[in-house]
Structures are given as structure tokens and as C-alpha cells.
Design a protein around this ligand. Structure first.
Ligand SMILES: Cc1ncc(C[n+]2csc(CCOP(=O)(O)OP(=O)(O)O)c2C)c(N)n1
Ligand SMILES: [Mg+2]
Length: 362
């Protein structure tokens, strides 16, 4: 009958590398120059090391909190390598690899999770939005920037990141729908890491894929192996080309996995099995990229050892520098959201200052 096929929008997962870094889709293998390939890999390693180190600092009581990215590096580095310098990055809160690739210094990211507002300031002219925790909001912000880009004819596209859980928020729909209607230069990447804190993907939507939601907006959707940096590169590149030709937005679902906890206050062993985690460890994007590069004689054990030694020191020095910086003032907590502070916020600021004075804290 007429309704029989409504569930059959299951899409094929696009990939280029298998889990051993072997090219299985020669026809689609991108021609990325060697320096860029190595930069992609190095950023993944740097992110992994900075990520693991951040977790340790938090456990030592030296870092406020942290949202680990471990396992999702390829889903972020591939798209960033495909983008141009002027393209905008609209992250959520787990996009350390994307931000580092785009040039945000690690010190800024550590400052953010250390509770210092300076970690959200990347300087004038930066096309990177700061870490943004309210779930779903990213797509509306990104659609707004894409609209501005279209009006100004700046030729810049926007890449927004959102999680599988984020797609259940109204703002995801509003932003995607708006971008579709106005053919905006937006590429939305859903990092489907299979969980929204403890809520599994199966409880997020009855749809067979998140990418198929693109159909409802009248735009292309792609389901991609998110642990394959080359596949993520190729699909994002195609989406950016479309965006810049005025053909409108694209929705990409990157299938990946969060190997660590949701944040430092989460215990994932309560809601997922060790077997499941072990299965995903075998698909680690860093191992895959390492093998691809070494097969092409672009990387080897000696280079790896030197790199890790250098990064270890750099990461530790960065955090020590963060610890030495003066603590942020109460003013900073309020001052940066608006050019002119609305009255209600002004009142809150005064009240908080009075409270701090009487309570003796900052
Ligand atoms: C509007 C809003 N509601 C609730 C939260 C609390 N919260 C933080 S992360 C998260 C889950 C997000 O899951 P997902 O979108 O899959 O992203 P992931 O954490 O897996 O990267 C929730 C509910 C929030 N930050 N914002
Ligand atoms: Mg998720």
C-alpha cells in the first residue's frame, strides 16, 4: 500500500578507508597534498594527547570540567581540511580537533574548561565561534551567519557541528529548514557518537538515519563513516562546493563513537558495555590514519615518537601557563554577551557583585 516504503530511506554509509587504513574506494580517494595529510594526522594526535591530559588534570582537581573528544577526531579534522580559511566554524562543545585544526591555540581551549572567559575570545576577524554548550543552538547561529554571508556575497560557507541528541531540539529543525528555504551556504555535521549523555541513539528518533532528515528540508543528506578522515573530507568538500555555488545547505551524519565519558562528571560504564567500547576501539580513527600515511611512506615510528615527545611537553607547558594566569573577574562573566548590556543583566551583575562582597568571594 501507499505507506509501505516510508521506512526505507536507509542510506549507504560512505567510506574510503577500512579500519586498517586500506583504501577500499580507490575511485573516491581524494588528492590531498602531503602536507595537509600530515597536518590532519598531527592534529588528531595533538587533540588525543591534549584530551587525555585534560582528563587527568580534572581528576587531579586542577581543571573545572571537560568534554572529551577521544574517538571523534576524524569527523572533525576531515571537514576542517576541506574548508577554506574564510569559512566559518560553529562548534558545539566537543570540537577540540576542529578548533585546533582551524588555528585556535590549545591555551584558549584549556582556559575555557578552566572557567576563564578569555578562552572564548579568539581575536577580531576570527571566523570561529567559541565553545557553545546549549544543545541545538549551533544550527540556528550557523544559519544566521550563512544568511549574512549570502546577503553580503562574501563567498564564505559555514560548517556547524551538532550531536545526535541535538537533532531532537527544535532549533535544529528551525535552522535547517530556514537554510533550505533560502539556499544558504551551510554544511551541518551531525556527529552521531551514539549517545546523548546516557540516552542511546535508538531513543533519539525512530528514523533509520539522522541524515535522512535532509529529505524533509529538500536538501542532500549523506551518511558517512565518521572515523574515516578521508571520507569526511570528500563529503564536506562536495557540500562546501555546493554551498558556494549558491545551491544551498547539506546535512552530513558522521557515524562515530565517544570513547571516553560524556564529561568528567559522567560514568559511561552505567549505560554501555565494555564489549561495545572495545568494538569501537578497533575503529580508532588515529590508528586508521597512521596506517594510511605509513602505507604512503609519509609517516613512521620514529616520526611518531618524536612528535609525541614534543607534544607532551608543549601540552604540559600550555596548561602550566593557564594555571599561572590571573583568575577571571566577576565583570568578565557578564561583559561579553552583548555590546550594550541589557538592563536585566545589569541588575543581575550588580546583585551578584553585592552578594560577592557580603560573602567575601570574588
Ligand atoms: C538546551 C540544553 N539542554 C540540556 C543540556 C544538557 N546537555 C549537555 S550535553 C547533552 C547531550 C548532548 O548530546 P549530543 O547532542 O548527542 O552531543 P554529544 O554530547 O554526544 O557530543 C545534554 C542533554 C544542554 N547543554 N543544553
Ligand atoms: Mg551524541
Amino acid at each position: 500500500m501507499v505507506l509501505d516504503n516510508f521506512k526505507d530511506w536507509k542510506m549507504e554509509t560512505f567510506s574510503i578507508l577500512d579500519k586498517n587504513g586500506k583504501v577500499t574506494n580507490k575511485e573516491k580517494e581524494p588528492k590531498i597534498d602531503n602536507d595537509t595529510l600530515v597536518k590532519m594526522y598531527k592534529t588528531m594526535v595533538y587533540t588525543r594527547m591534549a584530551d587525555e591530559q585534560a582528563l587527568k588534570y580534572q581528576r587531579q582537581g586542577r581543571m573545572l570540567t571537560f568534554a572529551p573528544v577521544k574517538g571523534q577526531e576524524a569527523a572533525q579534522v576531515g571537514p576542517m581540511a576541506a574548508s577554506d580559511k574564510g569559512d566559518w566554524l560553529v562548534p558545539a562543545f566537543r570540537e577540540m580537533a576542529a578548533m585546533l585544526y582551524k588555528g585556535v591555540p590549545l591555551q584558549k581551549l584549556y582556559l575555557y574548561w578552566y572557567g576563564n572567559e578569555q578562552g572564548s575570545h579568539f581575536g577580531e576577524g576570527s571566523h570561529i565561534l567559541p565553545v557553545n554548550v546549549p544543545i541545538g543552538s549551533q544550527v540556528n547561529h550557523a544559519a544566521g551567519i550563512a544568511y549574512a554571508s549570502k546577503l553580503k556575497e562574501s563567498g564564505e560557507a559555514v560548517i556547524a557541528f551538532i550531536g545526535d541528541g541535538g537533532t531532537s531540539h527544535g532549533e535544529f529543525h528551525e535552522g535547517m529548514n530556514f537554510a533550505g528555504v533560502f539556499d544558504l551556504p551551510l554544511v551541518t555535521i551531525i556527529q552521531n557518537n551514539h549517545y546523548a549523555i546516557s540516552t542511546p541513539r535508538s531513543k533519539q528518533t525512530k528514523a533509520a538515519s539522522l541524515a535522512q532528515k535532509a529529505h524533509a528540508y529538500g536538501i542532500p543528506g549523506a551518511l558517512v563513516d565518521g572515523n574515516d578522515p578521508l571520507a569526511m573530507y570528500v563529503v564536506t568538500k562536495a557540500a562546501l562546493e555546493r554551498a558556494k555555488k549558491g545551491e544551498g545547505p547539506t546535512l552530513i551524519e558522521a557515524l562515530t563513537y565517544r570513547l571516553g565519558p560524556h564529561t568528567t562528571s559522567d560514568d559511561p560504564t552505567i549505560y554501555r558495555s565494555d564489549e561495545e567500547v572495545e568494538e569501537w576501539k578497533k575503529k580508532d580513527p588515529i590508528i586508521r590514519m597512521y596506517k594510511y600515511l605509513s602505507n604512503r611512506n609519509l609517516w613512521n615510528k620514529e616520526k611518531e615518537e618524536t612528535l609525541r615527545k614534543d607534544y607532551k611537553k608543549e601540552i604540559q607547558d600550555t596548561f602550566k601557563a593557564v594555571e599561572k594566569l590571573p583568575a577571571p573577574t566577576l565583570d568578565e562573566v557578564f561583559d561579553y554577551t552583548y555590546t550594550e548590556m541589557p538592563e536585566y543583566l545589569q541588575r543581575q551583575k550588580e546583585a551578584r557583585k553585592a552578594q560577592a562582597k557580603s560573602g567575601g568571594d570574588r
